[in-house]
Write a protein that binds this ligand. Structure first.
Ligand code: NAI
Ligand code: MG
Length: 506
């Protein structure tokens, strides 16, 4: 026996045995990671939260509260106050008083200082915000820690900088604040959406009444505490909690000058109808059914990684998710195989584990909605593939899913699912890909993957989407505007453009 074969035998006799009990090999030979739980011991939250009005936490007039669950455990996390008409009246009055007495008359650079202070305090408490965001909403800690919270702080920093430079933003014009802004936000990026709304409003001298979504209000109430710590004058920021009726009371309040809404297209349409004929200004950021287009010459591994990020990121709870994939025919089989392989490695589970890629679906209602769409897809004749990962028994979890063999008119291709569900179609020419990509009532965001600059320009300018990423996806920056075409909404948020909805130009 030669030396070499002796060695081979020795290796065979002693297969490597992992030392840690949980780091076993799974059936495909992938390593399973050890648990890497984020400790939540040091974060504090109350059992019950009141409304934040005029710089104080006050009980709701009708004394009603509702529970907020941790969707990963289905257990009650805390409860929030239900604000009714009288509470909204109080909040709007507080905001009006603060607008007249302090905020709109304050020197712009002083306004800026408060906003800088808020930004710094978010950074200081970043870990606490990230943990609470994951507990209340179900998103993986890696994402709330690395995306939501840093971006929220970045928005405050960015708009703080504009506060005393509005003359440069609008050369030759004088920018006046509108007054009181009513702001209603969804549950997919709670603190980040709050930042998108509050930062430009304050920078331009407006005061706000903001309503977070009923399943994820915790970080907004923590933000209220932070406003107190920052010494923000009372009434400049008011946080009221509740569901649709509370939102509707804000939309229909006579003394509100502007409505900023992010949420479903359905509610966006109701709001637009209510505002018709009033002189309230508004911006609406609504649903999406984003296309991701992969050309044959694209760097395929990079594109696959981008697609994974575009739809499984945040459980697909992203209005600009890339939920429809279009692959050029020649590479379709390769891309689908690579996607399935990559999906197998995604870790679905505990949002507070640092290894988790896909966390919990935000609520039971949303969980049921996603499952209904899976059934619809199968009944429509599409072929469903789901990753084979283990999912926890309790909590609302959904396997990453893709559908092939889908038709352009299928409901799973046309309607927003808002979950980790991807449909895949093929195309031959750029024209065909663009045409299919545009065949939807939405137009929020999309992506194009190719080696050729000319294809990026052609596709980017011909797909009707407010944002088009090329060779990347879901990249956000406070300096760039965001918003949709068609049923995806009206107006832009972010960047210099994000100042316009909050000012009158003289
Ligand atoms: P939604 O549009 O009902 O909720 C968004 C916000 O609007 C929440 O704060 C809610 O309390 C408030 N609201 C509800 N009815 C209102 C009304 N009549 N007047 C004023 N405010 C009102 O969204 P929902 O029901 O939570 O989710 C349903 C679907 O909407 C999702 O499955 C998804 O497809 C889509 N969606 C899209 C979002 C986006 O960012 N584009 C965000 C959230 C949901
Ligand atoms: Mg919750």
């Amino acid at each position: 026996m030669s030396e070499d074969s002796k060695q081979a035998e020795a290796v065979e006799e002693k297969p490597y045995k992992p030392t840690s009990p949980s780091s076993k090999l799974n059936f495909d030979g992938f390593w399973e990671y050890d648990d890497a739980p984020q400790s939540a011991d040091h974060v504090e939250y109350k059992d019950q939260y009141d409304l934040f009005i005029d710089g104080e936490f006050v009980a709701p007039e009708k004394g009603r509260y509702f529970d907020s669950l941790n969707p990963a455990t289905e257990e009650k996390l805390t409860s929030f106050a239900e604000a009714t008409q009288q509470d909204i009246d109080k909040a709007v009055q507080a905001a009006r008083k603060a607008f007249n007495k302090s905020w709109s008359t304050l020197e712009a650079k002083e306004r800026g200082k408060y906003i800088f202070r808020i930004a710094r305090l978010i950074q200081e408490r970043a870990r606490e915000f990230a943990i609470l965001e994951s507990m209340d909403g179900g998103k993986p800690i890696r994402e709330s820690r690395d995306v939501d919270v840093p971006l929220a702080a970045a928005h405050f920093f960015y708009y703080a900088g504009w506060a005393d430079k509005l003359d440069y933003a609008f050369p030759g014009k004088k920018a006046e604040p509108l007054g009181v802004a009513g702001q209603i936000i969804p549950w997919n990026f709670p603190l980040l959406m709050l930042a998108w709304k509050i930062a430009p409003a304050l920078a331009t001298g407006n005061t706000v009444v903001l309503k977070p979504a009923e399943t994820t209000s915790l970080t907004a109430l923590k933000f209220a505490e932070l406003c107190k710590d920052a010494g923000l004058p009372d009434g400049v920021v008011n946080i009221v909690t509740g569901a649709g009726q509370t939102g509707s009371a804000i939309v229909n309040h006579d003394d509100i000058d502007k409505i900023a809404f992010t949420g479903s297209t359905e509610v966006g349409k109701i709001i637009k109808k209510s505002l018709a004929g009033t002189d309230k200004r508004y911006t609406l950021e609504l649903g999406g059914k984003g296309p991701n287009i992969i050309f044959e010459d694209a760097p395929l591994d990079q594109a696959v990684e981008g697609v994974i990020n575009a739809i499984f990121f945040n459980q697909g709870h992203v209005c600009c998710a890339g939920s429809r994939l279009f692959v050029q025919e020649g590479v379709a089989d390769t891309v689908i195989q690579k996607l399935r392989d990559r999906m197998e490695t995604l870790i679905v589970g505990d949002p507070l584990d640092k290894n988790t890629d896909v966390g919990a679906i935000n609520s039971e209602q949303q969980y049921n909605k996603i499952n209904e769409y899976l059934e619809i897809g199968v009944n429509e004749g599409a072929e469903m593939y789901q990753s084979s990962c283990q999912i926890p028994e309790t909590g609302y979890f959904c396997r990453p899913t893709l559908f092939t063999n889908v038709g352009q008119s299928n409901r799973i291709v046309q309607e927003e699912i808002f979950g980790p569900v991807l449909t895949i179609q093929t195309f031959r020419t750029a024209e065909e890909g663009i045409k299919k990509a545009n065949n939807t009532p939405y137009g929020l965001a999309g992506g194009v993957w190719t080696d050729k600059g000319s294809k990026i320009f052609k596709t980017g300018s011909e797909i009707r989407n407010g944002v088009v990423w090329s060779n990347t996806f879901n990249k956000f920056d406070p300096t760039s505007p965001f918003g949709g075409y068609k049923e995806s909404g009206e107006g832009r948020e972010g960047g210099l453009q994000g100042l316009y909805p909050y000012v009158k130009l003289q």
